[in-house]
Ligand binder design. Structure first.
Ligand code: ZN
Length: 162
């Protein structure tokens, strides 16, 4: 598989570049990620059962907000090389949308702390689920874009070295 960082052509089974150690995308699509969704799900269950205090819940929400804001800043700071805009634009758009929806999901969670209505928890969780789906969609788009870049590069090399 072609390393897009150093242009070395690696064996098909390599998981990272033999020369520069850059991780190479797997032939299989990446497994979905649920880390932040599970954090929110667990916090909601715990605060509902009284296993954590409102203050602890608030701290958790604040921590997630910080994380999502950092991610958003990170994503908007990425400059895409011109020749990759087409492949990466969808992924960036979907990923950015996902982070924004994650941030929105924290609003009803905070409202729960003021109004103690469990409907706000369900609203927050529903939004977090949408956000998580978007993030996994972006992950898949990223994998596909890099796979197709690599496949076309490999094809180009094999037809031009014969
Ligand atoms: Zn490399």
């Amino acid at each position: 598989m072609l390393c897009l960082a150093c242009k070395h052509l690696n064996p098909r089974t390599a998981s990272s570049c033999e020369i520069c150690r850059t991780p190479l995308p797997s032939r299989e699509p990446p497994p979905p990620i649920f880390t932040n969704l599970n954090k929110i799900r667990t916090a909601i269950a715990q605060v509902t059962r009284g296993e954590i205090t409102f203050t602890q819940f608030e701290e958790l929400v604040a921590g997630l907000e910080k994380l999502f804001r950092e991610k958003l800043a990170e994503v908007s700071g990425i400059s895409i090389p011109d020749d990759m805009i087409a492949e990466m634009k969808d992924e960036m758009d979907v990923g950015t949308e996902g982070i924004k929806i994650y941030l929105q999901s924290l609003v009803p969670l905070r409202r729960y702390l003021e109004e103690h209505n469990v409907d706000y928890l369900s609203q927050g969780l529903a939004l977090a689920e949408v956000a998580n789906n978007k993030m996994n969609q972006a992950l898949l788009l990223n994998w596909r874009a890099f796979r197709s870049l690599q496949e076309s590069a490999e094809e180009y090399i094999s037809t031009n070295t014969v």
